[in-house]
Design a protein. Structure first.
Length: 208
């Protein structure tokens, strides 16, 4: 199994991958684990073009990670950084959250609850069930389900998202990706926008 570079330190490399008619250079850099995760730096347009060739969610992350020879966690984070969909990337160890990255669309959820380092995985989720079985995590098993985003991120807007989780083998970590293409400011109904505007207008403002 390929070493999860983002979880153990620094790595640096250049990988060529095809976009059909031409070769694009993808430059990637893995940051220190003290920065929570490996940062994947590659041309956004090329990265998104490659992502669009695959089924959204974990399948796209795994496919692009193979093509670019980058770690799965680093690729997932880059996915959250560049996608227009609502995506959350969560990495956990032993049922405890290590870190979480949200795409801009996912951040648009009203009053969402940020997942903090050191908090337990939400009970009743397929991620929590996978994390509780160390053998399955070691074997790199993959699970998936549909779940209300409220169960993961709280807030006050109910929306169905796909939850996919993957055991990362000997690292005893679990990579989770939440995905939805129906969450975001542009997908709010007129009634929701009016309610938000009304709430904003009644929010007191204080001078400093």
């Amino acid at each position: 199994m390929r070493r999860e570079q983002g979880a153990v330190g620094h790595a640096f490399g250049i990988k060529q991958f095809s976009n059909g008619d031409s070769q694009l250079a993808a430059l990637y850099f893995f940051a220190s684990p003290h920065h929570f995760a490996a940062g994947l730096l590659m041309p956004a347009k090329a990265f998104k073009r490659e992502l669009d060739r695959h089924e959204a969610g974990l399948s796209a992350v795994l496919a692009v990670a193979r093509i670019c020879r980058t770690s799965r966690t680093a690729t997932a984070i880059r996915y959250a950084e560049t996608t227009e969909d609502a995506v959350a990337v969560i990495v956990s160890t032993g049922g405890v959250i290590d870190y979480c990255f949200l795409s801009d669309a996912m951040k648009s959820l009203p009053e969402l609850k940020w997942l903090r380092k050191g908090t337990l995985l939400p009970s009743g989720t397929v991620t929590a069930s996978l994390a509780a079985n160390s053998k399955q995590v070691m074997n790199g098993e993959r699970v998936g389900d549909q779940i209300d985003v409220l169960d993961w991120l709280g807030g006050r807007k109910s929306a169905l998202v796909s939850e996919e989780a993957l055991g990362l083998g000997r690292y005893e970590k679990v990579l989770t990706i939440l995905h939805s293409s129906s969450i975001g400011p542009e997908n709010e109904s007129e009634e929701e926008r009016e309610e938000e505007d009304l709430r904003e207008s009644w929010t007191p403002r204080f001078r400093r």
